[in-house]
Design a protein around this ligand. Structure first.
Ligand SMILES: Cc1cc2nc3c(=O)[nH]c(=O)nc-3n(C[C@H](O)[C@H](O)[C@H](O)COP(=O)(O)O)c2cc1C
Length: 175
């Protein structure tokens, strides 16, 4: 499986990124190829304001992907604007009938509203969003000595494993 993870936090120190890395670490490589698009590192301008090498790379990786996992922080009960901008650079050409897994990280209470809204966007892109999703919150993380967050809640780690299995199963069914 060729998996593209798009993590939608615009911040360099990010719990959304921590989950993206956890997903990558749980997927066997080199049997599977996993790339992560980190919005804090990638130069993806607002749609309509020019193209960059990273936009070209994003499109190439999305085209080559067999499946996507898309993660976002909860921003005002929705997904981040930065993530929407990345998705606006893509189209049904890259997503048509490809399995998609979703996750989000909220600040206070766990909340699935951002995921429900992302499901609608995925429908617009003709992606096959799987039922299993991950909704984490700040309380699922602790900080290490350098102040960097790590995933503390083992239940979330197990849920990630279940989502990867569901996604992988669907990838081989639609191939
Ligand atoms: C602009 C903004 C809006 C936010 N809105 C919400 C919200 O509506 N509900 C919530 O639970 N947390 C909200 N948060 C908190 C973030 O979802 C939370 O801190 C999350 O862990 C951030 O993800 P990150 O560490 O990957 O950047 C908001 C944070 C920001 C910066």
């Amino acid at each position: 499986m060729n998996l593209l993870i798009i993590e939608g936090s615009p911040f360099p120190v990010s719990k959304t990124e921590v989950i993206a890395e956890e997903i990558k670490s749980q997927i066997e490589q080199p049997e599977h190829k996993v790339d992560i698009v980190k919005l804090s590192e990638w130069d993806i301008p607002i749609l309509g304001s020019g193209k960059t090498e990273d936009v070209e790379k994003l499109k190439r990786l999305a085209e080559e992907a067999d499946a996507f996992i898309i993660g976002t922080p909860n921003y005002h009960t929705s997904f981040s604007g930065a993530l929407k901008n990345v998705l606006d650079h893509l189209s049904t050409d890259e997503f048509e009938m490809k399995p998609v897994g979703l996750f989000c990280v909220s600040g206070g209470m766990r909340n699935t509203d951002p995921l429900t809204q992302l499901r609608l966007v995925m429908r617009g892109l003709h992606g096959l969003t799987i039922p299993t999703q991950i909704s984490a919150a700040d309380a699922d993380f602790e900080k290490d000595e350098s102040g960097h967050p790590y995933l503390y809640n083992q239940g979330v780690k197990q849920r990630i494993s279940v989502m990867i299995d569901s996604l992988t199963e669907l990838v081989y069914k639609v191939k």
